[in-house]
Design a protein around this ligand. Sequence first.
Ligand SMILES: CC(C)(COP(=O)(O)OP(=O)(O)OC[C@H]1O[C@@H](n2cnc3c(N)ncnc32)[C@H](O)[C@@H]1OP(=O)(O)O)[C@@H](O)C(=O)NCCC(=O)NCCS
Length: 187
Amino acid sequence: MNGSEAAATTIRPMTPADAPGVLAFARALPPHDLLFLPRDITHPKVLDAWVAELERGTLTSLVAMRDATVVGNATVVTDPLSWSPHVAELRVVVSAAARGQGLGRRLMEAAFALAVSMGIEKLIAQMTVDQTAAVATFESMGYRAEALLRDHVKDRDGIKHDLVILSHDVATFQARAGAYGRLETSM
Ligand SMILES: CC(C)(COP(=O)(O)OP(=O)(O)OC[C@H]1O[C@@H](n2cnc3c(N)ncnc32)[C@H](O)[C@@H]1OP(=O)(O)O)[C@@H](O)C(=O)NCCC(=O)NCCS
């Protein structure tokens, strides 16, 4: 797929009406790519809970669309009543066929801007250490490894994986961006 086809992808807020498209998108993903999610979004019940959270406002999701097909998703998860109301978790996934064309970066940038508009000061992302493409993508955007949890994730075959938590200090980034008069997601 060339650059102009990739450019035809639109990113917009996810609504409850997107649930069937997101379910089809999730079910087409390689199982290993879902390991960064604490819950399995290929189950309709989990998706129902997701939609309920969208409606309550505890989750904010974006979908990347090519025509009527969902090809990517980004979610900003917050917990305003916790002791970390200033922290959000970013979850990003792009369909296998649409990778390597800049869509993951676009989704991360859009989600980052969303988090900034919500007043978030720190972003984290978690993934298994063997998701080398995901780790490389986040690091290229200024995220740094902050914690490693050994044998923290068990896949469907019962095999355990180490989990890495990467973080991005939004507040420091904004202060620097303000000083230089620009706002980009990577440093
Ligand atoms: C992480 C993910 C969203 C990236 O999506 P993508 O559309 O392929 O990413 P992009 O094409 O925008 O690439 C973004 C950057 O990462 C780099 N990158 C992407 N894949 C890479 C790889 N396999 N190795 C090294 N670098 C890679 C790109 O070079 C690019 O950097 P640049 O803009 O400086 O050139 C995708 O791999 C994915 O869905 N993975 C599974 C889900 C997951 O683990 N998500 C992370 C947990 S939240």
